[in-house]
Design a protein around this ligand. Structure first.
Ligand SMILES: [Zn+2]
Ligand SMILES: [Zn+2]
Length: 353
């Protein structure tokens, strides 16, 4: 768990002051912040949970996951591979991936991404770095919520409030992806993509197996003549399937193929953002900031990029074995301050508060 470790010496930021994500260094008078008590309240790592976000879309996503899982298990793994070693291994891996993906999905839905405390106020006396408005240079303030915005927080029009470290509002979870559920969102993408690729491979493998068996059956029928049907032979077994199962497999493949392609693309994109410690909003802000910096003849660097290891630690936590387990929904920190790569040379300096 991080703490606002504020040091009095800090290097000058390398980015242009006119960059999209602007930071302002405050006067080094005191580091006692009125927001310190707020940080202490949020640092307990207990995110708020709400079950009111379950809607038709969320149930639809759950239905698709269950449909693909049970179709692959009941129509492919058990009839085809049965309880052989490959069958048990495939069943185990698919169940593990799907189970963790479901748990992470439910976390994404029910966990509040992070609210700005009602009495949050940036401390102008602290020797810290604050995000400021791009044009006026003033500390960011949300007119709709009538309160200050911590660094990386943005107002969500759907949720009608500011969200800490807002990444984007996701209609599939009927919730914002923010500070408290970002790790769960990333793990959901990883495990659901692995499960989708696995399921699609099993569906395609079974379809190829069925086509091969069908061809062998026809060859056998041709050799033995019209009266010599291969009743009872092993070649007929895969052809004796229920028509309903065949339709379900076809439907399942039709759903899985575009879904898997979309998930792989989404995962690659989000991994790219994660290894640079950028939210989706910050990516777009960074594009604008880079153009402005190029025009001004300066350089722009994302302020929260801590390097590959630092970024992964910031998102997944300090415990390496827990990186790929949904042991906690929230990323490290309290959501009101974040370490900045601009100060990496000066040590663990926090940004915000
Ligand atoms: Zn707001
Ligand atoms: Zn939202």
């Amino acid at each position: 768990m991080s703490s606002p470790n504020i040091r009095q010496k800090s290097p000058v930021p390398r980015a242009s002051p006119s960059a999209g994500v602007q930071l302002a260094r405050q006067s080094p008078l005191t580091s006692v912040s009125s927001a310190g008590s707020l940080a202490a309240r949020l640092v307990d790592g207990t995110p708020t949970v709400s079950f009111r976000r379950f809607n038709c879309t969320v149930f639809g996503v759950l239905g698709i996951i269950f449909f693909i899982y049970f179709t692959v298990v009941l129509c492919v793994i058990l009839p085809w591979l049965s309880y052989s070693v490959p069958g048990v291994l495939n069943l185990g891996f698919l169940s593990f991936d799907t189970g963790i993906a479901l748990y992470c999905f439910l976390l994404c839905v029910v966990v509040d991404p992070g609210r700005v405390p009602a009495d949050y106020a940036p401390d102008p006396e602290a020797n810290i770095v604050l995000q400021v408005k791009r044009k006026s240079g003033e500390v960011r303030f949300c007119q709709k919520c009538a309160r200050h915005k911590p660094p990386r927080a943005h107002h969500c029009r759907v949720c009608r409030r500011c969200v800490l470290r807002m990444d984007h509002h996701c209609p599939w979870i009927n919730n914002c992806v923010g500070h408290a559920n970002y790790k769960a969102f990333m793990l959901f993408l990883i495990y659901v993509t692995a499960a989708a690729v696995h399921a699609l491979c099993l569906l395609c493998g079974h379809a190829l197996y069925w086509v091969r068996m069908h061809a062998e059956h026809r060859q056998h029928s041709i050799r033995t003549g019209p009266g010599g049907t291969a009743v009872g032979t092993s070649a007929e077994a895969p052809l004796r399937g229920n028509l309903v199962w065949a339709i379900m497999q076809t439907l399942c493949t039709g759903v899985s193929l575009p879904l898997t392609i979309g998930l792989v693309m989404l995962l690659v994109w989000n991994l790219h953002l994660a290894i640079h410690n950028k939210t989706t909003i910050e990516f777009h802000e960074g594009v604008t900031a880079k153009i402005q910096a190029d025009k001004a003849g300066t350089s722009y660097k994302h302020p929260y990029d801590l390097g590959l290891c630092g970024n992964l630690h910031a998102i997944c936590g300090d415990s390496l074995p827990a990186w790929f387990l949904p042991t906690r929904a929230a990323a490290d920190g309290n959501g009101l301050s974040y370490a900045s790569g601009w100060h990496s040379a000066a040590g663990d300096m926090r940004v915000g508060l």
